[in-house]
Ligand binder design. Structure first.
Ligand code: ADP
Length: 812
């Protein structure tokens, strides 16, 4: 180093650097444009070409003052000056020594440059062991190598220089000069006078940079592949378009695009969207006109039309719900109360899922229409699905796509129809679901109703999970006996029972007739039916637990009226007792079907079927013979055995009842239930049969206005039975005065309709003795004689008309 540079303190012109750092022993070049810098350069050129280069702390400042400059900088020699077009000057300088500015002095003139009193700074001696120094040098070389590879902007010369080594301080300066890092970081390295520490800082810096560069490269790669893939897809699609347009199939591409947009608009979960988009691509490849393409299109349509994200907001206002229920339904107080409770719970705990209501009762008592009202009162969409006769699991879950003509199952079809993902779904006649070799629909149903599983219900056709957990399921059944137990366990049962005549009258007057008139376009003035006539219609044309047939009869009435009005025959039809048969045809049921007369060997039994309660007579004939017992009337085994038990009981009591104890040897008994076309079974006709046998054998008449139900044991104990409510209703309808029921059924009397309780006298029997006491008029016992064979049918009673469909099994 020349002597004059080693002078302890010198006054040198200052050239402030923006974003650059000059290191000793390095050549750097830069452009100068600012007036103060040019001035400094000129001053240097006048005095040994020596300059003090130091960085300014703030890049933005155009005219930095002494406080804006770092104190440590580098003393440099100007090697070359090149005037550029404009006012710029390109300068090449060589760093000589680190130096510290003790004082900055403002120069004279305008523009003026800064001068500084600078002192040369020397590196501290290296004190670290040589091995450590070597290790550090190798490390820095290694890191720099990595850095150079990643950074890609480092020239080969630089790499070679670093690789050929040198003093630690020099290496550190050289690397710092050639790295693309911020000037303030470089400044720290410049200010470090301990060469080992300086080198260590550079190693740290390189390590950081390498990590950052690696990450940067990764990000770049990712972006690049993404862009490449997009470009590739785009390119391929464009090619397909061209090919298709050559083949005259451009519609297919446009169609696929349309489907792609539709799928994306649904905002589906990623997994589902991906699957559907794959199908769209397949369709595009196949071409929409091919058979395969058409299959995929149908599939996509099925998926797209499902209410994936659509839902309605629940209106859980009890007052409103009550109003809707009352508006549509007469009576049914208990049922409405239960439904309101249900809605109240929903309002309090909206997230409580998985409640399933099951409405049970005979046909026509309003199960379906109550469900509809629940939907309306809660502001939900309503869909109905009839399960009656469903035997195949595929009905519920659909067929796999591989089947020709496969479709989604009924559940998903119903969801599509509902158009919202939280409708009220009525599953009608869940008790009529069967099963056969094609699988069990009940187990599929179980999955639909189970809140643990139905949030991801998988239809075989759609092959996508669909969330059913927000659907409100309501099921209906006539008879819980045939509902599979696991299904039943998941449902909350609400019972609806038969209507009394009075209720039917009110329902007809307030609901059915106005509804039918409106349906047929009739005004109030067109048709008039007063209460007594309505009552006659109910009694003469219907015999049912609900009001379905009644509604049909009223519809018929409205049709007739509408025809008259349309024909201009009359503007008003008034139905009276006299013209009723003319309008509606001959009444099907006469009041006196059940004779009400006291007869020998004929007893009114009460039966319960899925369509409601019924009165059923048993006839017994005792004929001279050889002790045969004949039982007819399409009876099941339980009922036959029950008949045998009744006979045995009577035999055991023969003496007390003054019956020939040998009757089982010399008398044939024929026990017959009319309406032989209807299958009947169950034990609850036991007391009825026993009473009829005793009456036939003793020739004492049975009261015609007494009906009974109960099982009998061999010793004459009367055992409890089910379906009391419906059975007593049937007795009331048949105008019975007295009904004998088992004592053990006493508690069930609370459930009985008040009208029935008010009009019928109930006898609670524990033993056959009580039954016979109230049913048989022993005082009118004729002189004992047996009918000669062959004459038993002589005064048979008219057989009551069929009241239930032939296929319905009657359980006694
Ligand atoms: P279910 O589903 O029990 O077989 P529906 O709901 O089909 O019976 O009822 C048959 C008809 O009777 C419907 O038109 C219904 O509105 C009407 N209905 C039944 N019960 C009542 C009632 N309590 N009040 C008014 N209408 C009723």
């Amino acid at each position: 180093m020349p002597n004059n540079e080693e002078k302890a303190i010198r006054l040198l012109p200052v050239l402030p650097l923006r974003g650059l750092t000059a290191f000793p022993e390095m050549l750097i070049h830069f452009d100068v444009g600012r007036a103060m810098s040019i001035k400094a350069l000129e001053a240097a050129m006048k005095d040994g070409q020596v300059l003090f280069l130091t960085a300014q702390q703030e890049l933005k400042l155009d005219e930095p003052g002494p406080g804006d400059l770092y104190q440590v900088g580098t003393i440099c020699i100007v090697k070359q000056i090149l005037r550029l077009p404009g006012d710029n000057i390109r300068v090449l300088v060589e760093g000589r020594a680190r130096a510290m500015a003790h004082e900055f002095i403002q120069g004279e003139g305008d523009p003026a440059c800064l001068f500084a009193q600078v002192e040369v700074l020397h590196d501290e001696p290296v004190t670290a062991p040589e091995r450590r120094e070597q290790a550090l040098i190798r490390t820095v070389q290694d890191r720099f190598d990595q850095y150079a590879q990643l950074a890609q902007r480092v020239s080969n010369d630089v790499v070679v220089t670093v690789a050929s080594g040198g003093q630690p301080g020099y290496l550190a300066d050289f690397i710092a000069q050639n790295m693309a890092v911020d000037y303030d970081v470089k400044q720290d390295i410049l200010e470090e006078l301990d060469p080992i520490r300086r080198l260590t800082s550079v190693i740290r810096l390189l390590t950081d940079e390498v990590e950052i560069l690696k990450l940067e490269n990764e990000i770049q790669d990712e972006l690049k592949t993404q862009i490449d893939k997009n470009q590739r897809d785009y390119y391929l699609r464009e090619q397909i378009k061209v090919i298709q347009s050559e083949l005259g199939e451009q519609d297919a591409a446009a169609e696929a695009e349309e489907y792609r947009e539709k799928v994306q608009a649904l905002k589906l979960p990623q997994e589902i969207e991906d699957k559907l988009l794959r199908e769209v691509d397949r369709m595009a490849k196949m071409g929409g006109a091919t058979a395969e393409g058409a299959v995929i299109r149908t599939y996509l349509d099925s998926c797209i039309e499902l209410p994936w994200g659509k839902e309605t907001k629940d209106k859980l206002n009890l007052e409103r719900a009550r109003k809707v229920l009352d508006r549509d339904h007469y009576g049914l107080e208990k049922v409405k109360e239960r439904i309101l409770e249900f809605i109240a719970v929903k309002a309090l705990a909206p997230d409580l899922k998985g409640q399933v209501l099951c409405l049970v009762g005979p046909p026509g008592v309003g199960k379906t229409s109550i469900a509809k009202s629940i939907a309306e009162s809660m502001g939900r969409k309503y869909v109905r699905l009839s399960l009656g006769g469903m035997r195949d699991e595929a009905d519920i879950r659909g067929h796999r796509k591989t089947y020709i003509g496969a479709m989604p199952g009924r559940i998903m079809a119903a969801m599509r129809q509902a158009g919202s993902r939280n409708p009220l779904m009525l599953l009608d006649e869940i008790d009529k679901m069967g099963n056969d070799f094609r699988g069990d629909p009940a187990s599929a149903m179980l999955e639909v109703l189970d809140s643990e599983q139905n949030f991801a219900f998988r239809d075989h056709y759609l092959e996508l999970p669909f969330d059913l957990s927000d659907v409100l399921f309501v099921t209906t059944a006539n008879d819980l006996g045939t509902v599979p137990r696991p299904l039943l366990d998941r449902m909350e049962v609400i019972e609806l029972s038969s209507y009394t005549e009075e209720e039917k009258l009110q329902i007809a007057k307030r609901h059915l007739l106005p509804k039918q008139m409106k349906k047929h376009g009739l005004k109030k003035t067109n048709l008039s039916v007063d209460d007594t006539v309505l009552h006659d219609i109910i009694m003469g044309y219907t015999r049912e637990a609900g009001v379905r047939a009644l509604e049909q009869v009223l519809a018929k009435l409205c049709r007739r009226t509408a025809k008259q009005v349309a024909d201009g025959e009359a503007t008003k039809l008034t139905v009276t007792a006299e013209n009723m048969e003319k309008v509606l045809g001959v009444a099907r049921y006469k009041d006196d079907i059940v004779s009400g007369r006291d007869e020998v060997g004929i007893v009114n039994g009460l039966a319960w079927t899925s369509v409601g309660g019924e009165m059923l007579q048993v006839e017994v004939s005792a004929i001279e013979g050889t002790g045969k017992i004949e039982i007819t009337g399409n009876l099941g085994t339980v009922m036959k055995e029950s008949a045998q038990a009744a006979v045995t009981y009577v035999r055991s009591r023969a003496r007390t009842l003054d019956i020939d104890p040998m009757f089982y040897k010399n008398t044939d008994l024929h026990i017959h239930f009319p309406e032989a076309a209807i299958p009947k079974d169950g034990p609850s006709a036991g007391i009825t049969m026993a009473t009829a046998i005793v009456s036939a054998l003793t020739d004492a008449p049975v009261y015609g206005n007494v009906a009974m139900t109960g099982e009998v044991t061999l010793r004459g104990r009367v055992l409890p039975i089910g379906g009391l409510r419906e059975k007593t209703m049937a007795a009331y309808r048949a105008k019975m005065k007295t009904v004998i029921i088992p004592k053990e059924n006493e508690s069930d009397l609370q459930e009985i309709e008040p009208v029935v309780r008010d009009n019928v006298k109930f006898i609670l029997a524990e033993h056959m003795d009580t039954v016979m006491e109230h049913a048989i008029d022993f005082s009118r016992r004729a002189a004992k004689k047996l009918e000669p064979a062959g004459q038993g049918e002589k005064d048979a009673l008219p057989i009551p008309q069929a009241t239930a469909p032939a296929a319905t099994a009657i359980r006694q």
